[in-house]
Ligand binder design. Structure first.
Ligand code: C2E
Ligand code: MG
Ligand code: MG
Ligand code: MG
Length: 280
């Protein structure tokens, strides 16, 4: 009994510590937003046929003055719990459109939209204002949403997706196959692209199961006229397999890691860097 009580105490202390560190992170994040310490990095998505940069995905970076870099996986959930994701998400949209405006016309930018942000009234207005203030053509903006968005309130979700789509903005489904994957989702709404989750790609060369999944997904998307983006491409063997499957776009460390906006502009000028013929 005594041991049980001790264990209970231990859990309670640990939970306290966890709550406190979450709270500290929340306060720091508020400050970071106010003091504009957040930054966007960009990772290219290359066209499989010509290996040219088709798009850059905007990825949040936070360099904390004491903690150092804090990963999105750590601070995005805090931002979602506290509602901070709304001002952050609206800033990301504006910043990404402004940066993309400086790139050539054929290069798009894709922005991750949190389910919390998606459910707010302000999303449509935020997208419109980001486009009009930057002067970016709607067709060059892409929103990445996850399956989680489609779980609740399907009717409202479909209405919002349709409104965004009617503006000319592209919609892609991020991390496909990780969540509550139901194939009917990509049929309910006509997504422009489906992103094949990194978990299928990382093991692609060795796992027959993952090869089967990628094969089926690529076939399905080709039949439905939906583009595919493979996430987390790290080597040439993965690239070759994805090419064979007719995957339309690829993203991953093999091509480039996420980089600051000024480097993204340089990367577009030096496109030849993205064509690799080595056998690594
Ligand atoms: P995501 O949207 O699936 O983004 C892809 C993640 O995979 C990024 O991690 C990227 O750096 C990483 N990655 C890309 N290529 C490779 C590779 O070849 N190997 C490996 N191991 N990783 C690779 P990151 O930047 O840490 O972002 C993590 C997640 O945080 C994102 O996943 C996204 O869900 C979320 N996130 C990032 N920025 C934003 C944002 O502006 N708004 C929202 N709502 N979420 C964001
Ligand atoms: Mg994404
Ligand atoms: Mg993803
Ligand atoms: Mg992912």
């Amino acid at each position: 009994k005594q041991k049980g009580r001790k264990t209970y105490c231990f859990f309670e202390l640990e939970m306290d510590a966890q709550i406190q560190s979450q709270r500290a992170l929340e306060l720091d994040l508020r400050m970071a937003v106010e003091q504009q310490q957040l930054e966007l990095y960009y990772q290219p998505q290359v066209n499989t046929l010509n290996h040219q940069i088709a798009c850059f995905e905007a990825l949040l970076r936070w360099h904390h003055s004491e903690r150092g870099p804090v990963a999105p996986a750590e601070f995005i959930p805090v931002a979602e719990d506290t509602g901070l994701i709304i001002p952050i998400g609206s800033w990301v949209l504006r910043r990404a459109c402004q940066d993309a405006r400086k790139w050539p016309e054929n290069v798009c930018v894709s922005v991750n939209v949190s389910p919390v942000q998606f459910r707010t009234e302000s999303l449509l207005a935020d997208v419109k204002s980001a486009l009009s203030t930057s002067g970016l053509t709607p067709q060059r903006l892409e929103l990445e949403i996850t399956e989680a968005i489609l779980l609740h309130d399907t009717l409202n979700t479909l209405t919002t997706l349709t409104q965004i789509s009617q503006m000319g903005v592209q919609i892609s489904m991020d991390d496909f196959g990780t969540g509550y994957a139901s194939l009917s989702y990509i049929q309910k709404f006509k997504f422009d692209k489906v992103k094949i989750d990194r978990s299928f790609v990382s093991d692609l060369v060795c796992s027959k199961d993952n090869q089967a999944m990628v094969h089926a997904l690529c076939r399905l998307c080709i039949s439905l006229g939906i583009g595919t983006v493979a996430e987390g491409v790290e080597n040439l063997r993965q690239l070759r397999l994805l090419e064979q499957e007719g995957c339309t776009n690829m993203q991953g460390y093999y091509f480039a890691r996420p980089m600051p906006a000024d480097q993204a502009a340089i990367a577009i000028e030096k496109q030849t860097h993205y064509i690799r013929f080595d056998n690594s």
